[in-house]
Design a protein. Structure first.
Length: 269
């Protein structure tokens, strides 16, 4: 992990980012319909039900969309998601998924010492929210229907961890050694994927790329009075987000691929 190094003048710390990357959250489109409530043809109750149904149509979970003998791009991807969800649940990850410990050195520029290091350690981390896997927007076929392209997503996932932070201090910068608990919340996590098809049966994953939507540091304990708090927050946010991204890019990818291979095996049995 590489974070920008802050400079310190007196007791003020400034965090400079080396590079910025705009992240735009992907959202499904929603249908709207004007309803004339003055009309005797539709009661207020019916109008409210219809509006709620149309507003939620884009967010129907995979288990409600999957159909027997799927043929359309959406039906095929929903069926893969349903199988992957079953794999995730069988491993107990629907409740929470433990992840690896992480240690990150943050290079700092303090006074005239450009080689100062702050170490962040993350232990006992677990991710919650892996019970929300679903298709995001519509999937598509290529021209000869041999490749399906689509996106799956998790919504409202969080990673909770214990932390230790050690800054030994240098020059005017005071030593800062702290520990506590930190929570990072990710509104959306996307995996853009392509899979090969044969007679509408998935064969293999061709590509799989993970990206995240909006995220925020939900809580960070034991930071009161820390002059380094802004640096700690930026460091934890980046490190925890990357842990979630790496988990979706590895462990969740494996479960999606297992779902594809199981379907392929059934079709050829």
């Amino acid at each position: 992990m590489s974070l920008p190094g802050p400079s310190m003048t007196d007791s003020n710390f400034l965090l400079r980012q080396r590079a910025g990357q705009g992240i735009k959250e992907e959202t499904d489109g929603y249908m709207t319909q004007a309803v004339d409530l003055r009309s005797n043809k539709m009661s207020l109750l019916t109008a409210l039900f219809l509006a709620g149904f149309l507003g939620l149509a884009a967010a129907i979970p995979a288990e409600e969309r999957a159909v027997p003998n799927p043929k359309t791009p959406n039906q095929i991807l929903d069926a893969v998601v349903e199988r992957a969800e079953a794999n995730i649940a069988s491993l107990g990850w629907s409740d929470s998924k433990n992840v690896q410990n992480a240690h990150t050195d943050i290079p700092l520029e303090v006074s005239d010492n450009p080689n100062t290091i702050e170490r962040l350690s993350i232990t006992g981390a677990r991710i919650v929210g892996f019970n929300s896997l679903r298709r995001s927007k519509s999937a598509t076929f290529n021209a000869d229907k041999s490749v399906l392209k689509g996106t799956v997503m998790f919504t409202d996932a969080s990673i909770i961890a214990d932390y230790d932070v050690v800054f030994s201090g240098v020059g005017e910068a005071k030593q800062d050694v702290r520990n506590g608990q930190v929570t990072e919340r990710l509104a959306t996590i996307f995996a853009d994927l392509e899979m090969s098809l044969e007679n509408n049966v998935p064969q293999n994953l061709l590509s799989y790329n993970v990206r995240t939507g909006n995220d925020k540091l939900d809580s960070l304990t034991n930071m009161a009075g820390s002059e380094m708090a802004i640096i700690h927050r930026a460091g934890f946010r980046k490190a925890l987000r990357e842990l979630v991204e790496n988990t979706v890019a590895t462990n969740i990818k494996v479960q999606i691929n297992k779902a594809i291979q199981a379907w392929k095996a059934e079709a050829t049995a």
